[in-house]
Design a protein around this ligand. Structure first.
Ligand code: C5P
Length: 412
């Protein structure tokens, strides 16, 4: 195992008062094992869940709990502690702490350190799902994201209160993995390579409708016309949009993928079914992203039984399928529409022509042979301002970069 990018990093770990505070002890241990130097600051309520003694034992350093600590010689602890850190990580970050961050309050040591800092601030939210969904929390998260605070999570799952939903703190090992990704040189590069900042929570409250996967057009009861689309790109976009605060509906052709957490999925088979499912929901959508590889044609007459081999090759009559994207884009109150173009050659010319033909503000183009079925992708985005390249990266990273660009274009 190589040396972690966290080795030697001076981390100020803030712990606030949520049930997940006990997981901060595991997190501290993982970070120390990777060679990080940890200073822990606890809020008063955090100390109701875990004691400073635990963190002191784990880190070997004195835990800071008080703004008025007389042991700090010049009384300027809040400035000093944040200035000597490479970054501040608050895990767990409660609803109240996020609200205090949003207001720029400095009413305890940790909040003051966050305001006084000259280093990045990353937080791992942890709260009940209703608290996470509360409009005030949504506003506060938007505010702190705009202020440059970066969110790690939250995750979805069973909560301490027994409810199921978003708000769980990311598991300590996932927080560590996210930190390592952020600290790698160019760690956030797929996001910054589009003309926008990171995605954060910039789609909060929006309805996003996405199509993904192939369609399957039956010839008879067992055979059909389909294509090699795996659905991975569309599913990655659905997951990323959900994490960025959107309500996501995914209309999916046949794929082997599992539904991303928190996403509503509707399964369809044919292009016509996909058209109906999309048109029933397009009116309520703020953003529509057509990632599906929709069959252009279907078989005119589907045989009611499996076709027999007769010795005479059958001739299939095809009829054109409706163009879902172009139809949505032409709606009087159309959502912001994003099209995909999977080309096998002449990417630029074909993509630009497709953007004009379908009348969409943004078209994301890739080479089919370099995208279908793979776990990574590279996109060229075409919009009114020109072209933007999203460099090759994992599909989840490309999805975030694409959505950051969408957020930028819709003024988020
Ligand atoms: O024309 P082409 O199939 O290459 O266009 C691709 C884009 O149009 C994709 O965004 C795809 O989801 C969408 N599309 C559609 N309905 C069709 C064909 C394509 O929505 N019938």
């Amino acid at each position: 195992m190589g040396v972690s990018v966290l080795s030697g990093k001076r981390i100020l770990l803030g712990v606030t008062g949520g049930v997940a505070a006990y997981k901060a002890a595991v997190l501290a241990r993982l970070l120390i094992r990777l060679g990080a130097q940890l200073t822990v600051v606890m809020t008063a309520s955090a100390q109701r869940f875990v004691t400073p003694a635990s963190f002191q034992a784990l880190t070997g350093n004195r835990v800071h709990v008080d703004m008025w600590d007389e042991r700090i010689a010049d009384g300027m602890g809040h400035i000093e502690l944040s200035r000597v850190s490479d970054f501040i990580l608050v895990a767990p970050a409660t609803t109240d702490f996020i609200a205090r961050l949003a207001q720029g309050r400095a009413d305890d040591l940790l909040a003051a350190l966050c305001v006084a800092r000259a280093c990045p601030l990353w937080i791992a939210p942890a709260m009940n799902r209703q608290m996470w969904l509360h409009p005030a929390t949504v506003r506060n998260v938007e505010t702190i994201t705009a202020d440059g605070v970066r969110l790690l999570g939250p995750d979805a799952g069973v909560q301490a209160c027994g409810e199921v939903g978003f708000g769980r703190m990311l598991e300590p090992e996932h927080i560590v993995a996210a930190l390592e990704a952020l600290l790698l040189p160019g760690g956030a590069s797929p996001e910054s390579s589009s003309s926008s900042e990171g995605l954060g929570y910039r789609l909060a409250g929006l309805d996003v409708l996405i199509t993904a996967g192939p369609t399957f057009e039956p010839i008879d009861t067992v055979r059909g016309l389909t294509n090699r689309s795996s659905g991975k790109m569309g599913y990655a976009i659905a997951a990323a949009a959900q994490t960025a605060g959107a309500r996501v509906t995914l209309v999916s052709g046949p794929t082997a993928l599992s539904t991303p957490a928190g996403v509503t999925r509707l399964d369809v088979t044919t292009a016509c079914e996909m058209f109906d499912a999309v048109m029933a929901r397009a009116g309520a959508a703020d953003v529509f992203i057509g990632v599906a590889a929709v069959a252009d044609y279907r078989v005119a007459k589907v045989a009611a039984h499996k076709l027999k081999k007769t010795g005479v090759p059958p001739v299939l009559e095809l009829v054109e399928n409706p163009d879902i994207l172009a139809t949505v884009a032409a709606l009087p109150d159309a959502p912001f529409c994003v099209g995909f173009a999977a080309e096998t050659e002449d990417l630029h010319a074909n993509a630009q022509a497709k953007r004009r033909r379908k009348q969409v503000p943004l078209l994301a183009a890739n080479l089919a042979q370099e995208a279908f079925g793979r776990d990574d992708n590279a996109l060229t985005l075409f919009d009114d301002a020109g072209e933007h390249v999203i460099a090759r990266a994992s599909k989840p990273a490309v999805a975030r970069a694409l959505l950051a660009h969408v957020a930028h274009l819709i003024g988020r």
